[in-house]
Design a protein around this ligand. Structure first.
Ligand SMILES: [Zn+2]
Ligand SMILES: [Zn+2]
Ligand SMILES: [Zn+2]
Length: 209
């Protein structure tokens, strides 16, 4: 572990464009209050701050969750790791990569493969053929995951008084039907393929009617 160099490669998965903005971060970059790593698409950024006790706080946007995740790591981990990958603790998707440049690149490549598998890499108009069951499952997983997350955060609205809805998600052929068992309000979420899943990942609330 070479700490005297005090620099590391930092990268994260942009929820807007699925790109992986990467930057070299030295101790000097962190001498200010806040270091921001922005994605070139303008859709997201990651914040790095030093805490009062000298640790590093990372605020990382997540492609599965509506709000960013915060992690605190020691400077040893931040500047001294070969590679340190942080997954979203809910979805398991790797969202942040820290370490030596070549190791980080490898970790990102590995993560790219997982994302491609999860979202499917077929163009939207060819998704009628459901030969690849795995891809379809991944799309439904992604969508139901976002739904449960929205439920947990109280961001699903129906005709019931706030907080009194009781929601179930039914997986149909190419939609996920979310409905409230109490008032019967429902909403069909398209799940025809990659594009739908990606769109739904951006949802910050869900209104049933
Ligand atoms: Zn982006
Ligand atoms: Zn997450
Ligand atoms: Zn209801």
């Amino acid at each position: 572990m070479i700490l005297d160099q005090k620099k590391t490669t930092l990268a994260y998965r942009c929820p807007s464009c699925l790109g992986v903005p990467t930057s070299m971060v030295g101790a000097f970059s962190l001498s200010g209050d806040l270091f921001k790593l922005k994605c070139s698409c303008g859709g997201s950024h990651l914040n790095v701050e030093k805490t009062s006790d000298g640790k590093i706080r990372l605020t990382v946007p997540c492609l599965a969750c509506p709000t960013p995740h915060t992690y605190v790591v020691s400077q040893n981990v931040f500047f001294g790791s070969d590679v340190f990958v942080i997954p979203c603790n809910l979805s398991g998707i790797d969202i942040c990569f820290i370490g030596k440049e070549n190791e980080v690149t490898k970790a990102i490549e590995h993560s790219n493969e997982e994302i491609m598998r999860a979202l499917g890499d077929a163009p939207a108009d060819s998704l009628k053929c459901n030969e690849d069951d795995y891809v379809d499952h991944a799309i439904f997983d992604m969508i139901t995951y976002v739904i449960s997350d929205l439920c947990e955060e109280g961001k699903v609205y129906c005709r019931c008084e706030d907080g009194h809805g009781d929601y179930v998600a039914d997986i149909l052929k190419d939609t996920v039907l979310v409905r409230c068992k109490n008032c019967g309000a429902s909403k069909a979420i398209p799940a025809r393929g990659t594009y739908d899943a990606e769109e739904f990942l951006k949802a910050s609330e869900l209104k049933l009617d």
